[in-house]
Design a protein around this ligand. Structure first.
Ligand code: TMP
Ligand code: ASP
Length: 254
């Protein structure tokens, strides 16, 4: 059915060849995975929501001069992006202790960190994305020191923007993950934000109730994952207040 050439298929997304050289189409699936696919489920409508939420965030980043791979949304599940050379790192920014940081260092979840902390993980499913330091990154040639500086500067700008965005709609940005890529324009190269930014890749807690509005609902078997993602979309003004998901999944404002 799909005549386009598939370039890559990940756990939650597929990349297809784009309409012009240097572009790709990023397709959002409904698959939810955690713990490196040990846990897997299909959540009807999740891909549609993540496509919209990520579009919203990336459009704002572009407008603020934070460079990204995002060009425009094409339809319910797909967006047009620039082809970049993905740097094989998951860049995590943390404002509040949670998840693996809490486990590793014994800090109670919900503890405000003295300052935002950036961590790097090597993107490798077979190894379960191990944490790495700048030493590993430069020694193995995944990125050079200048690129690491650029990545960290981008991560901090994204954190500042996202923290404010979510604070404005009653959500605490606990932590998030971004991926970066090298965008080549002739001989010039710059580092841009790639992949997606959605409740799959952030921890989002309601400010008042501390209710989790992100993928931890799935990781921790809390249920109500789609409803939580819809709540995030609604608060951001992407989804109508009175729209309720029916069997066909969420109906979105165009
Ligand atoms: P962690 O506490 O499990 O290390 O996760 C930190 C943040 O990074 C959290 O917001 C979830 C996000 N994340 C991903 O998006 N993908 C991943 O593979 C992992 C491990 C975390
Ligand atoms: N994204 C990873 C996976 O799908 C881990 C996670 O998000 O918990 O396995």
């Amino acid at each position: 059915m799909n005549r386009r050439r598939r370039i890559y298929e990940g756990k939650a997304k597929i990349l297809y060849e784009g309409p012009e050289p240097g572009t790709l189409i990023q397709h959002f699936k409904d698959d939810a995975t955690a713990f490196n696919k040990k846990k897997h489920d299909i959540i009807d409508g999740k891909g549609v929501l993540n496509n919209r939420i990520s579009e919203f965030v990336f459009n704002h980043l572009n407008e603020m001069g934070i460079p990204t791979h995002f060009l425009r949304r094409l339809n319910m599940r797909e967006q047009l992006i620039r082809e970049v050379e993905i740097i094989p790192l998951e860049v995590v920014v943390r404002n509040v202790a949670a998840g693996s940081l809490s486990k590793r260092l014994g800090i109670e979840e919900g503890t405000q960190l003295p300052r935002s902390i950036i961590e790097f993980y090597y993107k490798n499913d077979e190894l379960d994305d191990p944490m790495v330091t700048e030493e590993h990154i430069t020694a193995f040639g995944w990125a050079n020191p200048q690129e690491i500086d650029d990545i960290m500067a981008l991560a901090i700008r994204v954190n500042d923007f996202l923290s404010g965005l979510f604070l404005g709609v009653g959500i605490r940005l606990v932590d998030f993950k971004i991926e970066c890529g090298r965008l080549w324009e002739g001989d010039m190269m710059r580092i841009v934000v790639a992949d997606e930014i959605s409740p799959d890749s952030c921890r989002l807690w309601d400010i008042e109730t501390e209710e989790k509005l992100d993928k931890d609902r799935f990781r921790r078997d809390l249920g109500g994952m789609l409803e939580a993602y819809q709540d995030v979309a609604r608060r951001l003004g992407i989804l109508n207040d009175n729209e309720r998901p029916l069997n066909g999944g969420p109906r979105l404002v165009q």
